[in-house]
Design a protein around this ligand. Structure first.
Ligand SMILES: NC(=O)c1ccc[n+]([C@@H]2O[C@H](COP(=O)([O-])OP(=O)(O)OC[C@H]3O[C@@H](n4cnc5c(N)ncnc54)[C@H](O)[C@@H]3O)[C@@H](O)[C@H]2O)c1
Length: 341
C-alpha cells in the first residue's frame, strides 16, 4: 500500500452534505470518528424530504455540525472557514443534472461557478491540506474514444452543466498553481444507489411504475445503437473519495483529476431490465415497466466509459459493484422507504 489511509484527526468540511453523495461520504467519515462540518442550502431541486431524512441520520452523530447556507454567498463561506478551520474540504454542492441546465442556466452559474469560486477563495485565505471537488464524466462530451482517460481532450462540452464542471477544473488548476492549494477533481460517472437522486432516470422509472405510468426512454428505441452508461454504485464512489482524501497531489503541479467510474459500461436497456428484476425481487411479484421510446435529448451523450487506471495507480482501488447487486440495494431501499406494494 503506497497511499495514506484516512486521517481521522482532521476536520472535514463537506459541501452538499444533504445531497446523495455528500450524505454517504459524511456518514462514512463520521463512522470512522472524523469531525465533519456539513453545509447545504437544502434547495428544492428534488424532494426536500429526502434531504431532511439524510440530514436526520447525520445529525445523530455527535461529531457532525450542519450549517444551512449557500456556497454562492461569499461571506457565509468565509465565516465557516474562519470559524471551523477545516483541514480537508470536499466540494460536492452544485446544481446537478444535464437536462435541467437547458431550462435553468442561472442556477448553474450561481452554484457551480460563483459557489466554487468562493470555495477556492476561502482555501486561498485559509490554507487547507487538500481540496477535493466534484467534476463530472459529462466533461467528456460526445467523445468517441473509449474508455475515457483523464488526459483526453475535453474542450467540447455539450451542456452548460458540463461547461461548469470543466470550468471548475480550470479554476482549481489556477488556484492550485497560484496559491499552492493541493486540489483533486473527481469525474464521477452516473452514480446510483439507495437514497439516491429522484431526478435521475433509475429513480424516476421506479416512481413512474408505482404511479401506474409508462416510463420514457430517450434512446430512439434503437437497441442496436443503445446508449451506454458507466453506472457507478454509491459505495464505490465513497470508497474512492475516502482513499484520496489523505493523498493530495504532490510535486510541481498540485492539481490532479481522476475518473471514478465502473469501468464497465452497460446498455441502457440492460440497466432497465435489471431494475425490473430487482424491483420484482423486492416486491415478490413480476414488475414490467410500460415503455415509451423517444429521441435522444439535447445535451445527452451516447456513451460514458471510465478508465480507472489513474485511480488504481494512486490508491489501489477501482469500482466493481455490479448493477445486479447495486440495483437490488436500491430496489430494497425504495420499497421499504416509500412503503410501496
Ligand atoms: N450523482 C451523479 O451521478 C453525479 C455524477 C457526476 C457528478 N456529480 C456531482 O457530484 C456532486 C454531488 O452530486 P449528488 O448526486 O450528491 O447531487 P445532489 O443534488 O444530491 O447533492 C448536491 C447538494 O448540494 C446542495 N446545493 C446545491 N447548490 C448549493 C449551493 N449553492 N449552496 C449549498 N448547497 C447547495 C443541494 O441542496 C444538494 O443537497 C455534484 O457536484 C454533482 O454535480 C454527481
Amino acid at each position: 500500500m503506497n497511499y495514506k489511509t484516512l486521517d481521522t484527526s482532521k476536520i472535514y468540511l463537506i459541501t452538499g452534505a444533504a445531497g446523495f453523495i455528500g450524505y454517504f461520504l459524511s456518514r462514512k467519515l463520521l463512522e470512522k470518528g472524523c469531525r465533519v462540518i456539513g453545509i447545504d442550502n437544502v434547495n428544492d431541486y428534488y424532494d426536500v424530504n429526502l434531504k431532511h431524512t439524510r440530514l436526520g441520520y447525520l445529525e445523530s452523530y455527535e461529531k457532525f455540525t450542519f450549517i444551512r447556507g449557500d456556497i454562492s454567498d461569499k461571506d457565509i463561506v468565509m465565516k465557516i472557514f474562519e470559524e471551523y478551520k477545516p483541514n480537508v474540504v470536499v466540494n460536492l454542492a452544485a446544481q446537478a443534472g444535464v437536462r435541467y441546465s437547458i431550462e435553468n442556466p442561472d442556477v448553474y452559474i450561481q452554484s457551480n461557478i460563483i459557489g466554487f469560486y468562493n470555495i477556492l477563495e476561502a482555501c486561498r485565505y485559509n490554507p487547507v491540506d487538500h481540496l477535493v471537488y466534484a467534476s463530472s464524466s459529462s466533461v467528456y462530451g460526445a467523445n468517441k474514444k473509449v474508455p475515457f482517460e483523464e488526459t483526453d481532450f475535453v474542450d467540447n462540452p455539450v451542456s452548460l452543466y458540463a461547461s461548469t464542471k470543466k470550468s471548475n477544473e480550470l479554476m482549481a488548476h489556477t488556484y492550485s498553481h497560484l496559491y499552492k492549494i493541493p486540489a483533486t477533481g473527481l469525474r464521477f460517472f452516473t452514480v446510483y444507489g439507495p437514497m439516491g437522486r429522484p431526478d435521475m432516470a433509475y429513480f424516476g422509472f421506479a416512481n413512474k411504475y408505482f404511479a401506474g405510468e409508462p416510463i420514457k426512454i430517450f434512446n430512439n428505441g434503437d437497441f442496436e445503437n443503445d446508449l451506454y452508461r458507466d453506472f457507478t454504485y454509491i459505495d464505490d464512489i465513497v470508497e474512492g473519495i475516502e482513499r484520496l482524501l489523505s493523498n493530495p497531489p504532490k510535486g510541481e503541479v498540485q492539481h490532479k483529476v481522476f475518473n471514478i467510474g465502473n469501468n464497465s459500461p452497460e446498455k441502457l436497456m440492460v440497466f432497465i431490465e435489471t431494475l425490473e428484476k430487482a424491483l420484482s425481487k423486492a416486491l415478490d411479484k413480476e414488475v414490467q415497466f410500460e415503455k415509451i421510446f423517444e429521441p435522444i435529448k439535447p445535451g445527452d451523450v451516447p456513451a460514458t466509459y471510465a478508465s480507472t487506471d489513474q485511480l488504481q495507480k494512486a490508491v489501489g482501488f477501482k469500482p466493481e459493484t455490479s448493477i445486479e447487486k447495486g440495483l437490488q440495494k436500491f430496489a430494497d431501499w425504495y420499497v421499504d422507504y416509500y412503503k410501496v406494494k
